[in-house]
Design a binder for this molecule. Structure first.
Ligand SMILES: [Zn+2]
Ligand SMILES: [Zn+2]
Ligand SMILES: [Zn+2]
Length: 941
């Protein structure tokens, strides 16, 4: 053979000539043809890639070996240059969840796999470096646990992450030079996510392939799953007592995202077939995470295909958001539209057809407070009286103001005087249970109706549940059958039919005798309540359910409706952006306020130390919140905690360590805040405070996970286990609850003043109103001060002498000026930091009626403080701190609170001849449509 011929070299590559000594001519021709075909197509491919080397960035084509990093999972290369805010390699790591990389052989560090020197952890989001104490070399260690070890050779205290500002440090991979960039392909973050998506089904897809791929549905699905962090979850498996498979898992962004999952929700678990066949199975959530260490527990429905229980990773979850509750909402809207379901007056009021509430006469009971129950305060008595005399009333219950007691009293009077059944609902099961037990306390016959899927879930009021009342019934037939069922495990078909009909009969009898039926809003659509009319409906937490959800209990024959809630706390959580935009993010409570209904506000709070209630009162409740607890009642005895202002258990502790991307790649953590958090907790524990009295709130899942780990590893308390009982959770998880001490870790700390979730005024309100005895806020003044809301919080803390930096035992008061975004120079020149709030009242914006909350965040008036701290904090019922009367904003409601103003801004006039926009839209919507159609319909709005 002629070895110089190009053709033979191709043949040589394909077959081992030495072993195949007798090739026929035919075989040879075949081979030659095959190979030349390959050769040609390969050539074309090279041409189409304009001859980029293999290590060129798969997004943009940059091929400078110093700038590129190889993904060791998919073997593709990416550069460290940015599209938008994130470098290409980091984008790839986040979107694909490929968390192993190595460097190019021609890079400064040579061919290196990035991993922890000590434990071999390869996740770049976990890695950082420390330098040697004596030498100039550095070593890569993981954040936890290795960087925490005290090592004599290494400066572990100076650990720095390898990823900063969403790209690798430049000595790991350089940023592309202008020349590199000039030859690179422009690629947008959107293109990147499309390309990544394409790679999941086709590894070799290129940017060109996806350029003309417009797939709205796919985009939506992707957004839904990825933005909610439902991908790449790890699952631990067990069996339930009833022999169902139980899958336990945490969702990486359960807290930081707007995700809301309740017991009874359906979730489909997918195994994407990393190690074996793909699998999917659906089940119901039977347990929510109560503490950090727990996850969701899903009870899988029986299926012929066994779940891959030998695997723990490679799963993703899909929330079936159009579950039964959506069908019920749809049904409620339809019923509502038929007008017959509720009183005509109420119908008109709910739709805003009438300016004034029509006459409604009702006799008031002689005594408002219920015998042998909590005596009401004047604002509560006022609320009860006014509610009983109106068809529709809104009660606003700021934190700790006794909403439940007030609600229970109202229900008592309705049930006793009217002798009609009252339907009591709330959006969460916890709130329903809580109210139900209070109603039982005051002597009412209460039946709690839970979803069938939730009947196995334990609760403190099990004895009130319809199912347990049925099983304790005196019906002899039912008793016999129940016994039989228990003994045999199942019943014959004939017995089963009798059992079902007898159960129905017993249920109907129990419900007929009840004074009050308690269930969730969605539960009001339960079949077992189908034939019962409820003229009186009380909805607690009514700022949580979306409008159609609130209608489910109302359309069951309501003549009088009471909505209890607080629109200054977190509102409805809607997964679907389109649905949210179409108005589902608004609660009925909020819309009624927009229509001009004025809620009756409960004004005495019994939770917070008076110093803690002052800011929220001024910021969120027009200064109307009074204190039903005194300083003395909230005194921390024998405490030596170094509060900077004596007698004021309030602290903003500023630290300046930068935020880092968490392992998920989609959340944040802040190590210096975690350290300060540990110091505070350990100090409190050393003074005898119990761990369950302390709560840590952070809006970021990454920070929650980090704090939990950090406490367990570095807690100064001799018994580290004790830290497990300190609850670390999201703002949402703390809504409606309280702790003696709250530490709020803001987490965000950057030079761009990006503060994400922290911008939400309602979230801040919830976070700072959970504490009874003491509140600690951990944050970075420099990052937060530009935001108007936070600026005001900082000013408040500074005025109280509680704005500090430095070390716990030697706090330094923060004295530099608090800058806000736009009028930086004016603010400084006017000496705002001296508390002089005159002089810089820049008229810009304030007189403009179109001034919105959005505008607020970009303007800087916030460095003035609108309410002087001239409250008499010592008087027992310190009230109404007055707004300085010279303030030109006095008549501007938006001044008191950005979020209040946002509401005003969005007021839509009620339309006299039709339902408000939101309802009209929703009525036209068929929630049974597949998501794709829904999406396009929303998009076409
Ligand atoms: Zn990869
Ligand atoms: Zn690139
Ligand atoms: Zn390590």
């Amino acid at each position: 053979m002629n070895h110089d011929s190009p053709l033979t070299s191709v043949v040589n590559q394909s077959i081992d000539v030495s072993s195949e000594s007798s090739l026929s001519k035919q075989d040879l021709d075949k081979l030659i043809n095959q190979n030349s075909e390959n050769f040609v197509s390969h050539e074309q491919e090279i041409l189409s890639l304009t001859a980029l080397p293999e290590h060129a960035c798969k997004y943009c084509g940059v091929s400078n070996p110093r700038c590129v990093v190889r993904c060791d999972i998919c073997k593709k290369w990416f550069c460290n240059g940015k599209s938008g805010t994130t470098s290409h390699i980091i984008s790839h790591m986040v979107l694909s969840r490929h968390h192993e990389v190595s460097l190019h052989s021609d890079s400064d560090l040579g061919e290196t796999e990035l991993e922890c020197y000590s434990c071999g952890n390869k996740d770049p989001f976990m890695l950082g470096f420390v330098s040697a104490k004596t030498d100039t070399i550095v070593v890569i260690l993981c954040r936890i646990p290795c960087s925490q070890a005290k090592d004599s050779d290494w400066n572990t205290a100076n650990w720095q992450p390898l990823v900063e500002e969403r790209c690798f440090l430049d000595w790991i991979a350089d940023y592309p030079t202008p020349l590199d960039m000039a030859n690179a392909r422009a690629i947008s973050p959107l293109d990147i996510s499309k390309l990544e998506r394409q790679w999941r089904s086709d590894e070799t897809a290129t940017l060109e392939d996806i350029k003309d791929l417009i797939d709205a549905t796919a985009q939506y699905d992707k957004q839904l799953t990825e933005s909610q962090g439902l991908n790449y979850i790890s699952v631990s498996w067990s069996m339930s007592p009833h022999n169902y498979h139980l899958a336990k898992f945490s969702l990486s962004s359960y807290d930081s995202s707007n995700l809301k999952i309740a017991v009874g929700d359906e979730i489909i678990l997918h195994y994407d077939g990393i190690k074996e066949e793909k699998w999917q199975g659906s089940g119901y959530v039977i347990k929510l995470p109560a503490t950090y260490s727990e996850g969701f527990t899903l009870e899988l429905q029986p299926s012929s295909v066994k779940p891959p229980t030998e695997h723990n990773v490679g799963f993703r979850a899909e929330i079936v958001w159009k579950g039964i509750s959506f069908q019920r909402m749809q049904a409620a809207l339809t019923t509502f539209a038929e007008k017959k379901s509720i009183s005509k007056d109420l119908y008109d009021i709910l739709l805003g057809h009438k300016e004034e509430q029509p006459e409604f006469t009702a006799k008031l009971p002689e005594a408002i407070s219920v015998p042998n129950f909590t005596q009401l305060n004047p604002s509560q008595v006022n609320a009860v009286k006014s509610v009983l005399q109106q068809r529709l009333s809104l009660i606003q219950g700021p934190p700790g103001t006794g909403k439940t007691v007030t609600s229970a009293t109202i229900v008592y009077h309705l049930a006793k005087s009217k002798k009609k059944k009252v339907l009591v609902t709330a959006s969460s099961n916890i709130a329903v249970d809580h109210l139900a037990s209070k109603l039982e306390d005051i002597g009412l016959k209460v039946v709690r109706v839970t979803a069938r899927s939730r009947e196995n879930v334990e609760s403190a009021i099990d004895h009130l549940s319809l199912s347990s009342l049925v099983s304790n019934t005196n019906n002899p037939v039912l008793k016999k059958l129940l016994k039989k069922k228990d003994e045999l495990g199942s019943l014959s078909k004939k017995d089963m039919n009798i059992y079902i009909s007898q159960t129905k009969k017993a249920e109907a009898e129990i419900l007929a005798e009840a004074h009050v039926v308690c269930c969730t809003c969605s539960g009001a659509g339960d079949k077992r309540l189908a034939n019962i009319k409820f003229p009186y409906v009380l909805i607690d937490e009514s700022t949580q359910p979306s409008e159609p959800e609130s209608l489910i209990p109302i359309v069951k024959g309501a003549k009088q409706v009471i909505l209890v809630g607080d629109h200054q706390q977190l509102g409805p959580v809607i997964l679907h952006n389109g649905a949210a935009k179409a108005g589902l993010r608004q609660s009925l409570f909020e819309r009624l306020i927009k229509l001009g209904h004025i809620p009756i506000r409960l004004e005495v709070q019994y939770r917070m130390h008076p110093s803690l209630s002052e800011f929220p009162s001024n910021m969120f409740y027009d200064g109307s919140l009074q204190n039903g607890v005194s300083h003395e009642q909230r005194l921390i005895r024998r405490s030596s905690f170094p509060w900077p202002a004596p007698g004021i258990p309030l602290l903003f502790w500023s630290s300046y360590g930068t935020e880092e991307i968490s392992i998920s790649g989609t959340s944040f953590l802040n190590r210096s805040e975690a350290m300060n958090c540990e110091k505070i907790i350990s100090r409190l524990l050393s003074e005898g405070i119990k761990p369950h009295q302390i709560g840590v709130i952070t809006p970021y899942q990454g920070q929650r996970d980090y704090i939990v780990q950090y406490l367990l590893m570095n807690g100064a308390h001799p018994d580290r286990e004790i830290y497990q009982d300190v609850e670390v959770a999201s703002v949402d998880a703390f809504q409606g609850r309280e702790k003696d001490f709250i530490i709020f870790s803001c987490t965000r700390s950057n030079h761009t003043n990006t503060i994400g979730f922290l911008k939400d005024a309602r979230r801040l309100n919830v976070a700072i109103t959970r504490a009874k005895y003491g509140l600690f806020v951990l944050g970075n003044i420099k990052t937060l001060q530009k935001d108007p809301l936070w600026n005001r919080l900082l000013v408040h803390f500074r005025d109280k002498g509680a704005l500090v930096e430095g070390r716990l035992d030697s706090f330094q008061l923060y004295t530099a000026s608090l800058e806000s975004a736009r009028f930086k120079s004016t603010a400084e020149n006017n000496g705002l930091n001296q508390g002089d709030n005159k002089g810089d009242l820049n008229s810009n914006g304030f007189s403009n009626p179109k001034f919105t909350a959005e505008d607020l965040s970009s303007t800087s008036f916030s460095s003035l403080h609108p309410f002087r701290a001239n409250v008499d904090t010592d008087s027992r019922f310190a009230s109404n701190p007055s707004i300085p009367s010279m303030s030109p904003f006095l008549n501007q409601p938006q001044w008191t609170n950005p979020s209040t103003f946002q509401l005003n801004e969005q007021i839509r006039p009620s339309t006299p001849d039709g339902p408000p926009v939101d309802l009209r839209f929703i009525q036209g919507l068929n929630l049974d449509e597949p998501i794709s159609e829904l999406t396009s319909r929303f998009n076409n709005l």
